[in-house]
Design a protein around this ligand. Structure first.
Ligand code: ACO
Length: 325
């Protein structure tokens, strides 16, 4: 049976970094508070020329280089993002133009921090129907542009970056084994980022109060742990895999305490969780593919090892995926 296998990865972080110490100049906070509550030490912040599509294209170039493919070999480009350069065209179309991937069709996926896993799931369905396809899936964000740098409740959490991978069909049993995705729109108000207000006064929402990220931190925390735990249990059942067989868990990198709590609930060895949020903060849809690329380049992903991804984000959206590397 053919499976959708990741054959190349890449990532790109903007050059500029903001430390916890830097943040103390703008808001009433401290390195100690941020470190103990979140685990985050620094985050990368983009400047002109490092728009979401540019970061995404750079990550894609690295993934292409790893596979030896040319941009023209790509059939589909999927970009998971909540911070595209423009509302229209999609970020994926801008990436297509940057790469010169003229044989592909391109579109964005918006599932907030779960977007990359949603994108992988969509790619898998295409590959199931045609294993010859080469599909580029990217998670890319510039959340710095949607962060209220005067709000200490949120500005310490987020960062910019992009990660990419290329999937194609493979007969060996390696690739995506199972995935389970969820959403619950009833909870949309607990984590949200409004766009520009409608210019049609009839349609303008009465609750529009700026386009920054807003969240109910404690509620998000509780749902994130509970939902990811359930998604992991369900996907392991579907894949007929025990948690002990998982060699590495690459979760969405939101907060160290969420990950510790998740590890306790799942009964998974903490050492088996890949964590890089101390360097990048929460990069939303980019967090899993950046971690995946780092783990890959560090040699942490061994051929045929079972790998688990899990995610949670605005919507709420959440899910989990098992892959044989
Ligand atoms: N520095 C210093 N003090 C702060 C800061 C800060 N940066 N931010 C908030 N505080 C204060 C609050 O004002 C509050 O003060 P008060 O008691 O005088 O009112 C106090 O710290 C405690 O605030 P809480 O919100 O209760 O702190 P909590 O321990 O819940 O930690 C946090 C807050 C880190 C946001 C936590 O709720 C959390 O991690 N939630 C998950 C949110 C998350 O990760 N969101 C990312 C998007 S969703 C996702 O990607 C999964």
């Amino acid at each position: 049976m053919s499976r959708a296998k990741i054959c190349g990865t890449g990532s790109c972080l903007p050059a500029g970094r903001v430390t916890n110490q830097d943040l103390t100049k703008w808001v009433d906070t401290s390195d100690e508070w941020i470190t103990t509550r979140t685990g985050i030490k620094t985050r990368h912040v983009a400047v002109k020329g490092e728009e979401t599509s540019r970061l995404a294209a750079d990550a894609a170039r690295q993934a292409l280089k790893m596979t030896g493919m040319q941009a023209e070999d790509l059939n589909i480009i999927i970009v998971a993002t909540i911070t595209p350069d423009m509302t229209m065209p999609s970020c994926a179309c801008l990436v297509q133009q940057e790469l010169g991937a003229l044989n592909a069709f391109a579109f964005d996926v918006n599932a907030a921090c779960s977007g990359f896993v949603y994108g992988l799931d969509v790619a898998e369905k295409y590959i199931n129907s045609n294993p010859c396809l080469n599909i580029l899936v990217i998670g890319a964000e510039t959340l710095s542009g949607r962060t209220n740098w005067k709000d200490r409740n949120t500005c310490v959490l987020f960062g910019d970056g992009a990660g990419a991978c290329i999937l194609t069909g493979e007969e060996s049993g390696r690739g995506i084994v199972a995935s389970k995705l969820y959403s619950d729109g009833r909870l949309f108000n607990l984590l949200k980022m409004a766009g520009a207000p409608s210019m049609n006064a009839e349609l303008a929402r009465d609750d529009h109060d700026g386009s920054y990220i807003k969240m109910a931190g404690r509620d998000v925390f509780k749902y994130a742990v509970r939902c990811m735990e359930k998604a992991v249990a369900a996907v392991l059942t579907n894949a007929a895999v025990d948690i002990e067989e998982i060699k590495l868990l690459i979760p969405h990198q939101a907060n160290i305490r969420i990950l510790k709590s998740l590890a306790d609930h799942l009964g998974i060895d903490y050492e088996k969780i890949y964590i890089n949020l101390q360097k990048y903060g929460n990069t939303s849809a980019a967090s899993i593919p950046i971690a995946l690329d780092e783990a890959n380049r560090e040699g942490r992903l061994v051929k045929n090892d079972l790998l688990l991804l899990c995610c949670f984000g605005g919507g709420f959206t959440w899910g989990a995926m098992v892959l044989r590397w």
